[in-house]
Design a protein around this ligand. Structure first.
Ligand SMILES: Nc1nc2c(ncn2[C@@H]2O[C@H](COP(=O)(O)OP(=O)(O)OP(=O)(O)O)[C@@H](O)[C@H]2O)c(=O)[nH]1
Ligand SMILES: [Zn+2]
Length: 363
């Protein structure tokens, strides 16, 4: 076994690098590209980039491009040539919709038609998985490995990276301990840690559920604002407590607390979405303006954790049909959907209505 990091470990490094503003390098057979996240671009690094030979391109998702009226010729993304006089503010304004309404015209933006978008696609996935705005600068490189070595940058072989980036990392069960709760003294918390250094996820077990029968289960996605602060903008806090309360009453259940804040876009991006909602956009439109899909979560993770805990069949507490579908597709039988309608407020009424209208939530 080698002491060197494998691909998922290099990916974890690359995410950390991009979050700090450090570039990373993709290597292909014929060359590669230097990659910088738009969100963390500094004036110093942009000016270094512009001294290098070649023309950098800004990759944006088709969602973001649509708002900016740039043509996404590559289908799911658009590539914009970096102007010779580009500033960090120019890059930032294209990546971040915060000022779209105040400064609406950024164009006309001429997207590139010819050329290959494979590395751009990979860079956008990487930025998303680093919980950054999905926008990245790429500069083609002829000798990627030598360039990475000269600048001490993380080098990712593009082909293998593409195979790994969509795969959930294997989870290790780290620890499990008794945790008496208000809803039940027979509580237990299990902590799971992904091999790639990503977010840990938790399972709260109530009582001693029978592994051979369907278990009352909830897949809860982290919501710092709702779960911890009691935000009125969503129904997460009441749903969390309602689900645990239900399990306490039945004396058995399992709640997975998945650290997929903001439907998988991270807290900073969720707060950007909230800001856009204050400008009049709904929860789905706000995600799109930021360049994300409606929901960026990966529920395969929930199925895996249930299996790891020994469960194969659930009575699922949810209003979201996508969760049921995902469970079924990943080997967990859903014998019943148990509705979880709690916590409607004057503030979240429109949010819940949008989820029903646009995301297929059951009322
Ligand atoms: N991006 C974004 N995320 C939000 C917003 N409001 C709440 N969230 C997040 O949405 C997720 C809600 O997750 P869940 O409780 O699993 O809700 P759900 O998918 O609606 O499904 P059920 O509650 O099971 O019906 C949490 O991660 C919240 O942080 C929002 O306006 N924008
Ligand atoms: Zn919430």
């Amino acid at each position: 076994m080698s002491l060197a990091p494998d691909i998922p470990e290099c990916l974890a490094r690359a995410r950390a690098d991009l979050r700090m503003g450090v570039p990373v390098v993709f290597e292909t057979h014929g060359g590669g590209a230097l990659v910088l996240a738009a969100e963390t671009l500094t004036p110093a690094r942009l000016s270094e980039l512009m001294k290098l030979p070649g023309r950098a391109e800004l990759a944006l998702t088709a969602r973001r491009a649509e708002t900016l009226k740039a043509r996404p010729y590559d289908g799911d993304l658009a590539r914009l040539p970096l102007p010779a006089d580009a500033t960090p503010q120019w890059v930032r304004a294209l990546a971040d919709p915060a000022d779209d309404l105040r400064h609406p015209m950024k164009g006309p933006l001429m997207a590139l038609r010819s050329g290959d978008a494979t590395l751009h696609r990979l860079a956008l996935k990487l930025a998303k998985s680093a919980r950054l705005l999905p926008a990245a600068l790429l500069l083609p490189l002829d000798h990627a490995a030598a360039f990475a070595q000269a600048w001490n940058l993380t080098l990712l072989p593009a082909g293998e990276t593409a195979l790994h980036i969509d795969r959930p990392s294997p989870m290790a069960s780290v620890v499990s301990a008794r945790l008496p709760l208000e809803v039940s003294e027979a509580g237990r918390l299990h902590v799971f840690r992904p091999a790639d250094g990503g977010e840990e996820h938790y399972a709260v077990e109530i009582g001693r559920p029978d592994r051979s029968a369907p278990v009352l289960a909830r897949l809860h996605s982290a919501c710092f604002t709702g779960d911890v602060l009691g935000s009125l903008k969503c129904d997460c806090g009441p749903q969390l407590r309602g689900a645990l309360g239900h399990m306490g009453e039945e004396g058995a259940g399992v709640l997975l607390y998945l650290n997929q804040e903001g439907r998988g876009i991270g807290l900073a991006n969720k707060m950007r979405a909230y800001s856009l909602q204050d400008q009049g956009f709904d929860t789905v439109e706000a995600n799109h303006r930021l360049g994300f899909e409606d929901d960026e979560r990966d529920f395969r993770l929930g199925a895996e954790l249930l299996q790891r805990l020994g469960f194969s069949s659930v009575r699922l507490l949810t209003n979201n049909p996508a969760k049921i579908e995902m469970m079924r597709r990943n080997g967990i039988e859903v014998v019943e959907r148990v509705p979880l309608k709690v916590g409607e407020t004057a503030y979240n009424r429109a949010y819940l209505a949008t989820k029903a209208a646009k995301s297929g939530h059951l009322l």
